[in-house]
Write a protein that binds this ligand. Structure first.
Ligand code: PLP
Length: 480
């Protein structure tokens, strides 16, 4: 029985021993105004250092993480986070600075941000970049606010944003939050944007098309140039959801495809940690004519000094306290420097190769609705297995018994019983082969003994839970 930490508390126990204070102590109330002082004692667990250490290490080992197991999460790019990123981010000069320090004292930090802006400009082909947004969805929000203000300035009333039905859910949510009406267009039988549908939907009411390319089926939109031309002819802007650049880095970029605004997720493509709801970074790049709309400040360089540039004529304003999640920026910067230009291209090539290898090996055993060369990810369907009595959730849970984190499931919405696999470039052939073996084994189990799969996971700390109940009434105790 694992207890919550409060149940391990014993009155008076301490993890840290402070030395005697050498000065006369006074009551806090003499310094702090009474209306902001706590009335009751703060309730904290009282434990020794060893008890606290064991508690958290044991908890961490009940978790699946990219440091412990294969984590083929489609769309979310769970690649390995190199430990040198952590080492660099923990250097004194980065950890012990304050965002209110004046520019002269933090030239190194400003240079890092400036260089990162420049690298992201090269990688995306955009002309200006902000590092402020704290996540991918936050980047989309910035992008859509820019779209809105751009047309307001032009005096054009454009109320609609077009989004393909394969899009990530954050795209329509963001457009709606920014006050646009969302127009969904269907994919064609090859899983691509249906150009005829798109042309029908375009009009002088349309502000933007939001797209992911490769799309969430892992397919590269063959007609992207025709798409961008049509969108621009209608006077609208083209937004690129670049949460995952894993397939294209160093090979092509959104600017070459005709996009005007791009967000990237440093916490996916650029190897900074994510998944625990911790800090992320969703920088946004734009083409020249939108540069003055970016959130201020961006970091500038005048030939001798780095400085915070607030002089952006049409800025949508600030979107984050200070300058974004600086620690995440340091990690991504480290990763980009470690990989170099050739290394980033190799990342993409290997990510695509790994995904195609898995796809080819698995397509005999699971349905593959869009059977084409894929980019960094692909989407299987568990429909055959569902007909045999086990749905995709069952397959996902069973994988955990073999120390594999489930892939993304039930997304994208246009594939029934979707199983969306993204191996990333960081996995070895042995790891991929093991995944193939396990997936085949589960397919065979479903044919022969489906109840085994239905009862899984069997080896995890908590077995199958009622997900709705667990979300509403989380009970952190378990009995295994
Ligand atoms: C992850 C992801 C997002 C959202 O990014 P967050 O950092 O989770 O807000 C948007 N689009 C795509 C395609 C993604 O994979």
């Amino acid at each position: 029985m694992t207890e919550v930490i409060f149940e391990k508390s014993a009155k008076g126990r301490r993890g840290v021993k402070f030395p005697e204070v050498g000065v006369q102590s006074k009551n806090l109330a003499e310094y702090i105004s009474k209306d902001i002082l706590r009335e009751d004692k703060v309730e904290l667990p009282e434990l020794t250092e060893l008890d606290a250490m064991r508690h958290f290490i044991n908890l961490s080992q009940k978790n699946f993480s990219v440091d412990t197991v294969f984590y083929p999460l489609g769309s979310c790019t769970m690649k390995y986070n190199p430990k040198i990123n952590e080492f660099i981010a923990n250097l004194d000069g980065f950890v012990n600075i304050h965002p209110e320090q004046n520019e002269d004292q933090v030239q190194g930090a400003l240079q890092l941000m400036y260089d990162l802006q420049e690298y992201l400009k090269q990688i995306t082909g955009m002309n200006a970049v902000t590092l402020q947004p704290a996540a991918g969805a936050h980047g989309e929000f910035v992008g859509m606010l820019i779209v809105k203000k751009y047309f307001e300035k032009l005096g054009e009333k454009r109320t609609k944003v077009i989004i393909p039905d394969s899009a990530h859910g954050t795209n329509p949510a963001t457009a709606k939050m920014c006050g646009f009406d969302v127009v969904e267009i269907k994919s064609n039988s090859k899983g691509m944007v249906d150009i005829e549908e798109l042309k029908k939907a375009l009009s002088s009411d349309v502000a933007a098309l939001m797209m992911t390319n490769p799309n969430t089926l892992g397919l590269f939109e063959e007609n992207i140039l025709e798409i961008s031309q049509a969108v621009h002819e209608a006077g609208a802007l083209l937004y690129y959801d670049g949460a995952n650049l894993n397939a294209i880095m160093g090979i092509t970029n959104p600017a070459l495809m005709g996009f005007d605004i791009v967000h990237v997720n440093l916490h996916k493509t650029f190897s900074t940690p994510h998944g625990g709801g911790g800090p992320g970074a969703g920088p946004v790049g734009v083409v020249e004519r939108l540069a003055s709309y970016l959130p201020a400040p961006i970091v500038g360089f005048n030939g001798t000094k780095y400085y915070l540039n607030y002089d952006l004529e049409n800025t949508i304003g600030k979107v984050k306290a200070f300058y974004g999640n600086f620690g995440v920026l340091v990690r991504a910067y480290t990763y980009i420097l470690m990989m170099g230009k050739k290394g980033l291209r190799k990342v993409s090539e290997d990510a695509v190769l790994n995904a195609n290898y898995l796809k080819e090996q698995l397509k005999e055993h699971y349905n593959l609705p869009y059977d084409q060369i894929c980019m960094h990810e692909f989407v299987l369907s568990g429909e055959k297995q569902k007909a045999q009595g086990v749905n995709t959730t069952g397959i996902a849970k069973r994988l955990m018994d073999f120390d594999i984190h489930p892939p993304t499931v039930y997304f994208p919405l246009i594939v029934h019983e979707a199983i969306m696999v993204e191996p990333t470039e960081t996995e070895s052939k042995e790891t991929l082969d093991n995944f193939i073996d396990v997936m085949k084994r589960i397919a065979t189990e479903i044919e022969n003994e489906p109840t085994l799969v239905l009862e899984s996971p069997l080896v995890t700390a908590a077995s199958k839970v009622d997900e709705t109940l667990a979300a509403r009434q989380p009970n952190l105790r378990w009995n295994r």
